[in-house]
Design a protein around this ligand. Structure first.
Ligand code: ADP
Ligand code: PLP
Ligand code: MG
Length: 274
């Protein structure tokens, strides 16, 4: 029996809903062995309205983790999440160049939910110019897609299409823009573009604010399916069902944050994508 292995290069969300924790839980749920290269640690302050504090991991430490996994073990697919510095984005891009055989999912994390404030503003340009061109699939939310594409704010499916074309021109093979809860639409719409045609993924829109980590979980589920050798379109459809169930069963951790339930598809799943 083949054990499929996936790597996430991402930050730690101590509260467990997003980041490397979401990725590992999702890999496990999808039957894939998960490994990690930790880039940064995010802590949230309960005495200060859950304000985020970011503690970066040194470049050498990230390099050593990547060597452990990519030279010491090998992976069937990898994904990136929060990277936190231009130097790190460059290191990850070089690493992908060296191990370019596996599918690569780039989740171009710029923002945490609840704010449109870019966490590391200087990294947006490096993401666009250095890392997105290496992606098998890039998975921006609406805010990130606007930043990467150079388009203004994205409010409609037509504007999502325009942004997807621009991002595809950067070199990503597939562009998946997440309309999610922010697009004014009765469904939760995502748009997948492969340079030729647009696929709309449509799922039930769930009335909830417990979506912390939804993007990480979605991109990790896509990575897991790609690790198993699934084609991109099938991987994205499977992941869409998975994230819809995880959001349906999202829950509050405290007054500030509610993550999705990574185990929901296994525990309560039903088909969600139309
Ligand atoms: N309220 C919702 N109901 C159903 N699906 C949602 C909802 N909000 C987000 N999604 C879906 O969750 C996935 C992650 O999207 P999103 O939350 O926009 O990402 P991010 O966490 O990176 O901002 C996408 O498939 C999106 O369509
Ligand atoms: C370490 C880390 N990575 C990524 C994210 C982005 O999470 P989301 O999946 O909600 O976009 C967060 C948000 O808090 C985070 O803390
Ligand atoms: Mg995100």
């Amino acid at each position: 029996m083949t054990i499929y292995k996936a790597l996430t290069i991402a930050g730690s969300d101590s509260s467990g809903g997003a980041g490397i924790q979401a990725d590992l839980k999702t890999f496990q749920e999808r039957g894939v062995y998960g490994m990690t290269a930790l880039t940064t640690i995010v802590a949230m302050d309960p005495d200060n309205h859950w304000a985020h504090q970011v503690f970066p991991v040194s470049l050498d430490t990230v390099r050593a983790q990547l060597k452990t996994i990519l030279e010491g073990v090998g992976v069937h697919a990898l994904k990136t999440g929060m990277l936190g510095s231009v130097e790190l984005i460059e290191l990850v891009a070089e690493t992908i160049e060296t191990y370019h055989d596996q599918p690569v999912v780039i989740d171009p994390v710029m923002v945490c939910k609840g704010t449109d404030e870019v966490l590391h503003p200087e990294t947006a340009v490096a993401l666009r110019e250095v890392l997105v061109p290496k992606a098998t699939v890039v998975t921006p939310n609406l805010f990130e897609a606007a930043q990467l594409s150079g388009c203004g704010p994205i409010r409609t499916v037509d504007e999502m299409k325009e942004a997807a074309v621009n991002i595809h021109r950067l070199g990503a093979k597939y562009v998946l823009i997440k309309g999610g809860g922010k697009l004014q639409h009765e469904k939760a719409i995502d748009l997948l573009y492969d340079g030729e045609s647009f696929d709309i993924l449509e799922a039930e829109r769930i009335e909830t604010t417990y979506t912390h980590g939804a993007g990480c979980t979605y991109s990790a589920a896509i990575t897991a399916e790609l690790a198993k050798g699934k084609p991109v379109k099938e991987a994205v459809r499977t992941a869409k069902t998975f994230i819809t169930e995880a959001i349906r069963h999202g829950f509050p951790l405290n007054e500030y944050v509610g993550p999705t339930l990574h185990a929901a598809d296994r525990l309560y799943g039903k088909k969600a994508v139309q």
